[in-house]
Design a protein around this ligand. Structure first.
Ligand code: PAF
Length: 279
């Protein structure tokens, strides 16, 4: 039976019992509004660990836009039903005061890798992510933590933080889960109206074309320019970035001379979509 816990004290008590029994504990940190992408992380955690905790916390510190925080879908009852069906042991869903009690004063900054792309577009975002993820690791004491590759930069930030702070957790990145038409699953997809939903797969389609052009030896800058134009043509109102970066450090690349990632953020129908693929 899955338990829903809201306090760190209760969570710690349960986890202590598991650890005393020598169990490996996995955590899947989420902000809820769960979809098949999250469930694939839960399944990976179930395969890799003896006990699985899923956390749901819409972390105010990582939203630089109050309207985005306000509009973020909150569907805890439905989420809990999905997680119970997957055999999750604990759903940890604390309130904001449990996570950030009065007097809370610490934040975690991962410099360098947090700065470009999402970091440039959403100031303070990765500080909020790193801070809450460090706290969730401390709260859950998990041995392994599962994150989606959809948020590629977030995954690299978390890996850097874990290495730098010697946090005893193994970070596992799982492949992006896509709808049949290629659209990467995201909790924000529910906000797309019918037309935008029909056009949204253009992001992955264009990115795949750009990646193929670069892989085939095409000029990187020219392929990216063409991609940006193709996105506008496909119905995207604004392309915040479409960039080729080194896979781990996210440094800009002008030629394909090391493992690379193509990353994009673009707006359609008032919704901001992000995606990334290997090149
Ligand atoms: O990817 C997310 O849903 C969030 O950024 C995370 C990792 C749960 C931290 O709030």
């Amino acid at each position: 039976m899955m338990q829903i816990l809201r306090t760190v004290a209760e969570l710690r008590t349960r986890v202590r019992g598991w650890k005393e029994d020598g169990r490996q504990v996995g955590v899947v940190p989420t902000m809820g509004a769960l979809h098949d992408g999250h469930l694939s992380l839960v399944r990976a955690a179930k395969r890799g660990c003896d006990r699985v905790i899923v956390t749901i916390f819409v972390n105010p510190k990582q939203f630089n836009n109050p309207a985005d925080l306000e509009k973020y879908p909150r569907t805890e009852a439905a989420d809990a039903a999905l997680l119970a069906a997957e055999g999750v042991d604990i759903l940890f869903a604390p309130g904001p005061d449990e996570v950030y009690p009065p007097g809370f004063a610490t934040s975690v900054t991962v410099s360098g890798i947090s700065d470009p792309l999402e970091g440039a577009m959403r100031p303070g975002h990765f500080e909020g992510v790193a801070t809450v993820v460090a706290k969730l690791f401390g709260m859950t004491q998990a041995n392994r933590a599962y994150f989606g590759q959809k948020d590629w930069q977030q995954l690299q930030v978390v890996k850097r933080m874990v290495a730098d702070l010697n946090i005893p957790v193994e970070v596992v990145g799982a492949e992006t889960v896509r709808e049949g038409d290629g659209l990467a699953m995201s909790s924000r997809n529910v906000r797309l109206d019918a037309l935008s939903r029909a056009q949204a797969p253009g992001l992955y389609r264009v990115m795949s074309k750009v990646a193929a052009a670069i892989r085939n030896g095409g000029d990187v800058a020219a392929a990216l320019d063409q991609g940006r134009a193709d996105l506008v043509q496909a119905g995207f109102a604004e392309v915040e970035y479409l960039d080729l970066r080194s896979a781990a450090l996210l440094e800009p690349m002008t030629t394909l001379d090391q493992p690379a990632r193509l990353l994009a953020a673009a707006w359609i129908g008032g919704v901001r979509l992000i995606d990334n693929i290997p090149v």
